[in-house]
Ligand binder design. Structure first.
Ligand SMILES: O=c1ccn([C@H]2C[C@H](O)[C@@H](CO)O2)c(=O)[nH]1
Ligand SMILES: [Zn+2]
Length: 130
């Protein structure tokens, strides 16, 4: 799966965003090593705290369907600025592999690719509890 196609899928997922409070739509798309795609959008709440980011929705769908072999995730929010996952999402992701690729996009022609390790150095993860 090309990074650009995964961004396009994340942009389509962004259309489903439920974000009446921030009006900031975010989409995410996960690609697994076994070739599956899972999408997510941000979902907000009137009581604010339960709000969940697009990345965690996509990853939760992936894990709950039985896939833990995440190869990469694309995230796209604003059309004017590259979107990076928030700190909570970075920590959520680290559970499923520090080497996963994180595609931080503005659109299919403008994006940056990092490993999760680069975005969350010296992380606390599953191996710390072994
Ligand atoms: O990486 C991010 C950053 C923010 N949001 C959502 C949470 C909230 O609904 C809105 C504004 O923060 O954007 C995401 O989904 N992903
Ligand atoms: Zn987040």
């Amino acid at each position: 799966m090309e990074d650009k196609l995964l961004i396009k899928i994340a942009m389509e997922a962004r259309e489903k965003s439920y974000s009446p409070y921030s009006n900031f739509k975010v989409g995410a798309a996960v690609y697994t090593k076994s070739g599956k795609v899972f999408t997510g959008c941000n979902i907000e709440s009137a009581s604010y705290t339960p709000t969940i980011c697009a990345e965690r929705v996509a990853i939760s769908k992936c894990i709950s369907e039985g896939y833990k072999d995440i190869e990469k995730i694309a995230v796209v929010g604003s059309n004017v600025k590259t979107s990076f996952p928030c700190g909570v999402c970075r920590q959520f992701m680290v559970e499923f592999g520090k080497d996963m690729k994180v595609i931080c996009a503005k659109n299919i022609d403008s994006y940056e690719v990092y490993t999760l390790k680069e975005l969350l150095p010296n992380s606390f993860g599953p191996e710390d509890l072994e």
